[in-house]
Design a protein around this ligand. Structure first.
Ligand code: ADP
Length: 189
């Protein structure tokens, strides 16, 4: 199996690139952000639980993410692999993922890290705020998401770099150029 993590700050293009990667390599795309947006839209118990957290730019608890991950990993059988988008976002989550993968005789092959500086992220997210109605895309919440990213998620770069799984990609340019760089890195490792 071939399992990838697409890693990067909010606004780095994880969603767009993961869908393209999933299609090219035939992987199952797991976006925790999308899962939560669906739950909120359908007003499920999980949706009601996470709505306020997400709308304030904070992270949903590691325990709830673990339940979702277990469910998703078991749901998909006989597949070529997974691409995780938006998971893991904390060191605890990374530990959970490693543990679950080991139990299921799987492993993470690579972690693709999209590198984009803060000014670019803020302007992309503000633009997206105008174009969509994602309720967590307001200026105040965007700033909070970046604060949370820098304190809780960024340390994962070190975690995966120590495991020698990190592939760094310059995340500025056209969607197609970035995608070409990603596939080049994957195919030449
Ligand atoms: P972004 O565009 O900021 O990368 P996502 O669409 O991946 O955002 O996720 C939206 C929100 O859902 C996050 O800001 C967070 O509140 C919640 N969320 C998604 N994935 C996780 C996770 N792995 N751990 C905790 N919270 C999460």
């Amino acid at each position: 199996m071939f399992n990838l993590i697409l890693f990067g700050p909010p606004g780095s293009g994880k969603g767009t690139q993961s869908m393209k990667i999933a299609e090219k390599y035939g992987l199952e795309h797991i976006s925790t952000g999308e899962i939560f947006r669906n739950e909120i839209r359908n007003k499920t118990t999980i949706g009601l639980k996470v709505k306020n957290i997400i709308e304030s730019g904070e992270l949903v608890t590691d325990e709830l993410l673990l339940e979702i991950l277990q469910y998703e990993l078991k749901k998909h059988k006989d597949i070529k692999g997974f691409i995780f988008d938006g998971y893991p976002r904390t060191l605890v989550q990374a530990g959970h993922l490693d543990q679950l993968m080991e139990e299921m005789n799987m492993k993470i092959s690579y972690v693709i890290s999209l590198d984009v500086h803060d000014d670019e992220l803020i302007s992309r997210l503000l633009l997206r705020a105008k174009e969509t109605n994602r309720s967590d895309d307001t200026e105040e919440v965007i700033k909070q998401r970046l604060v949370v990213y820098n304190s809780q998620t960024k340390p994962l770069i070190d975690y995966y770099s120590k495991q020698k799984k990190l592939l760094k990609i310059h995340g500025i340019g056209s969607i197609d150029d970035i995608f070409r760089n990603i596939t080049y890195e994957i195919d030449n490792h």
